[in-house]
Design a binder for this molecule. Structure first.
Ligand SMILES: *[C@@H]1O[C@H](CO)[C@@H](O)[C@H](O)[C@H]1NC(C)=O
Length: 330
């Protein structure tokens, strides 16, 4: 459905746009008022499945990704799903796609382990630049339809314990919002620099990732306070290289590009943790604003970031990571 400048939601949208637009969002939405704006897609349905939201399965044996149709009871069985493996659901963010970096890097990291079925959520038609407000509104339906798929997965025999939801930016909030539609708590959510613009001021707990959304909510911060939320969001939060601006993005020409580059890297740093060797990426306790603590507190406490973080880890940890060349920002 196209959005027209009519109806209560649009009035609200315009109110938010004109009255409260945060400075950071301004640069993100510099084109918000050109003709593109009128082609923003804002979904007003609560019917799932929805043709603009697709779930794909990648499995090691298969040459191509398989589209999962949850209306078919046997969809998973016939698409190469391996019930003996664990499962990850990967959700991209604003202006993202499931088939490009950095999502592909996370997907391949899980596939390389060979013990995961990898599902990706494609909601590209509902989240293109510059339509941030519509995207934000559409996260609700994406969460609902992904929760429907999640229920399909558990009904097919997967245990919640063996499902990770990994979301980048707005995708992180979608992982969290899935819990509005589930009767049992998710086991693990990994939020990669969860989106901040507007969410921090206007998103109630129901519309954002919080630590109530899973037994283990982990958040990795790489652009905190700008495109990403500030710690502490999860049971355990990691601040990479100070959590705000990534050193390897320092040469980007404009502020917004430095921010987008830093925001993007959360996915790459997480992907680096997924292999067995990824255990070596460990952080030390730091303050909830990513400031170092006195060495006396941090000496012997080191916690692996990302895939290998123990479920009982709590608090904020700081970690230094080098940018990997295999994770280029466009
Ligand atoms: C949006 O995505 C397109 C295609 O991937 C990319 O070229 C463009 O730079 C992105 N724009 C923003 C503002 O993120």
């Amino acid at each position: 459905m196209k959005c027209h400048p009519r109806g209560t939601r649009d009035v609200l949208t315009f109110f938010i746009l004109f009255a409260f637009i945060p400075v950071t969002l301004c640069s993100l939405m510099q084109n918000a008022f050109d003709i593109n704006y009128w082609r923003c897609v804002m979904k007003r349905t609560d019917q799932c499945p929805d043709m603009d939201i697709k779930i794909f399965l990648y499995s090691n044996g298969a040459q191509r990704k398989k589209l999962i149709d949850v209306r078919n009871k046997n969809a998973l069985r016939y698409s190469g799903w391996d019930p003996s493996k664990r499962n990850v659901i990967i959700i991209h963010g604003f202006n993202g796609t499931e088939s490009k970096t950095p999502m592909t890097i996370i997907r391949n990291a899980y596939l390389n382990r060979k013990d995961y079925n990898v599902f990706t959520v494609d909601w590209e038609p509902l989240t293109f630049f510059p339509c941030y407000l519509s995207s934000l509104s559409n996260t609700r339906l994406v969460a609902q339809c992904t929760a429907q798929f999640y229920a399909h997965l558990t009904h097919s025999g997967a245990s919640a314990y063996d499902i990770h939801c990994v979301g980048h930016s707005l995708g992180a909030h979608i992982c969290g919002m899935m819990s509005n539609h589930l009767t049992h708590r998710q086991h693990k959510i990994i939020g990669l620099d969860p989106a901040r613009p507007l969410v921090d001021r206007y998103g109630s707990a129901e519309f954002r990732l919080t630590r109530d959304d899973a037994t283990m909510v982990q958040v990795i911060h790489t652009n905190a306070g700008f495109l990403g939320e500030a710690p502490q969001v999860g049971h355990v939060d990691f601040c990479v290289n100070g959590g705000r601006l990534q050193p390897s993005c320092a040469n980007e020409p404009r502020n917004i590009r430095r921010a987008r580059c830093s925001h993007f890297l959360s996915a790459c740093f997480f992907a680096a943790s997924v292999s067995e060797r990824g255990k070596r990426h460990r952080g030390v306790p730091c303050s909830s604003t990513c400031q170092p603590l006195s060495p006396a507190y941090t000496k012997d406490v080191r916690v692996s970031m990302g895939f290998h973080t123990p479920d009982n880890a709590r608090g904020t940890f700081c970690i230094k990571m080098r940018n990997s060349k295999s994770c280029p920002f466009d």
